[in-house]
Ligand binder design. Structure first.
Ligand code: NAD
Ligand code: DAU
Length: 336
């Protein structure tokens, strides 16, 4: 397959590219990325010299660029990761979320429609369902009830993509994944932030009571699910992708501290996130039945490997934490 991957210099996109080239999912792979604060070419340095791979520095909002790329490369499929992805940043400044997540997805859908691309996979999120009260687990027919500007912008993209299937017959597939973790994750998200602060003996900011529940999915398991949906999914369909490992945040942070041999007293309760969703929980049965996919990486093992990766890659973390990260950290945490 000739693939266009958007946002491939970010956390999950780069995991997808490394796996796609290693496991031969693509004969050609073009990575279109704007290199925002979250995009990092170091994440995909290992594939740079691969003759199947091409990096294009550009914005998904740039319609002329998309037109020429689709014309030149004759993609069989688009795997659309590019997004503003962090909830706290969407609270500090929602505008970029509407631009990239909604308008950017629109431009990409237009380009795929014009080029009659055979598959358009939108990487969406379980956050579009909003907070799910126990004991229910959301399936793909649950109503959308997003809480944050981030999840509302993803819900917008998700619905727009599905409308292209219904209205124009664009072969859109939508996946809604739970919280990802793994190497190369920007240290603004819970797991890498807690690992990196703990390694530096700095306080670990726990929002509210820390009993919010998230379902953890290793990024490599997520990427294998995306490939399974590309190969076996039906256009117009939505597939949840979960790790079936729901845990309260405090338990995850305690596991990190215990693994690193750091004291639990580093956990510091801070003011809660506005509009904070209490619980995410999804069923993944449809994906399993339709494609045979199963998560392969048990959370405890994946977390241990991830902690070891951050321990071994402190220079990567130091580089991404310099500059913009400092002012973001100050803005998000100093007044909590
Ligand atoms: P990330 O923030 O690590 O990476 C986003 C990438 O998109 C970066 O490389 C960035 O440079 C690029 N980008 C941003 N705006 C762009 C634009 N206008 N044009 C081109 N490139 C642009 O994100 P992530 O955590 O890897 O998430 C990837 C996708 O998966 C997102 O769509 C996100 O909503 C979705 N998702 C993430 C999770 C998670 O837990 N991280 C879970 C479910 C779904
Ligand atoms: O569910 C999928 C979503 O998971 C993705 O769509 C998003 O892109 C991704 O960012 C993630 O969203 P969350 O808001 O759940 O992830 P985050 O890592 O920001 O937070 C996880 C939980 O940890 C959440 O309950 C808030 C809490 N938290 C987070 C941070 C950064 C803290 O208690 N302290 C913190 O400093």
């Amino acid at each position: 397959m000739r693939l266009l991957v958007t946002g491939g210099a970010g956390f999950i996109g780069s995991a997808f590219i490394r796996l796609a080239l290693r496991e031969d999912w693509a004969s050609r792979l073009v990575n279109l990325d704007k290199l925002t604060y979250a995009g990092n070419l170091e994440n995909i340095a290992s594939v740079e010299a691969d003759p199947r791979y091409r990096f294009v520095h550009g914005d998904i909002l740039d319609a002329p660029l998309l037109g020429s790329l689709f014309g030149e490369e004759k993609f069989d499929a688009v795997v659309h990761f590019a997004a503003e992805s962090h909830v706290d940043r969407s609270i500090l400044g929602p505008a970029a979320f509407v631009e990239t997540n909604v308008r950017g997805t629109f431009q990409l859908l237009e380009a795929a429609r014009a080029a009659r691309t055979a598959r358009f996979l939108l990487v969406s999120t379980d956050e579009v369902y909003g907070s799910i009260p126990e004991p229910h687990d959301a399936d793909e027919t649950d109503p959308l009830n997003p809480s944050s500007p981030y999840s509302a912008s993803k819900a917008g993209a998700d619905l727009l993509a599905l409308s292209y299937f219904t209205t124009f017959g664009t072969p859109v597939l939508v996946t809604r994944a739970s919280n990802n973790y793994g190497p190369f994750q920007f240290p603004e998200k819970l797991i890498p932030l807690m690992i990196s602060n703990a390694l530096e003996d700095r306080p670990l900011p726990i929002y509210g009571d820390g009993l919010q529940v998230r379902d953890w999915l290793h990024a490599d398991d997520h990427c294998r699910a995306l490939n399974a949906v590309l190969l076996h999914g039906s256009p117009g369909e939505i597939y949840n992708v979960g790790g079936s490992r729901a845990l309260p945040n405090r338990e995850v942070v305690e596991l990190i501290l215990d693994t690193l041999g750091k004291p639990r007293s580093l956990m510091t309760p801070v003011t809660d996130r506005p509009g904070h969703d209490r619980r995410y929980a999804i069923t993944t049965e449809k994906l399993q039945k339709s494609t045979g996919w199963q998560a392969q990486i048990p959370f405890e093992q994946g977390l241990r490997d991830t902690i070891n990766w951050y321990r071994a890659n402190t220079e990567w973390t130091a580089r991404v934490k310099s500059g913009e990260y400092r002012s973001y950290y100050e803005r998000n945490y100093s007044e909590r």
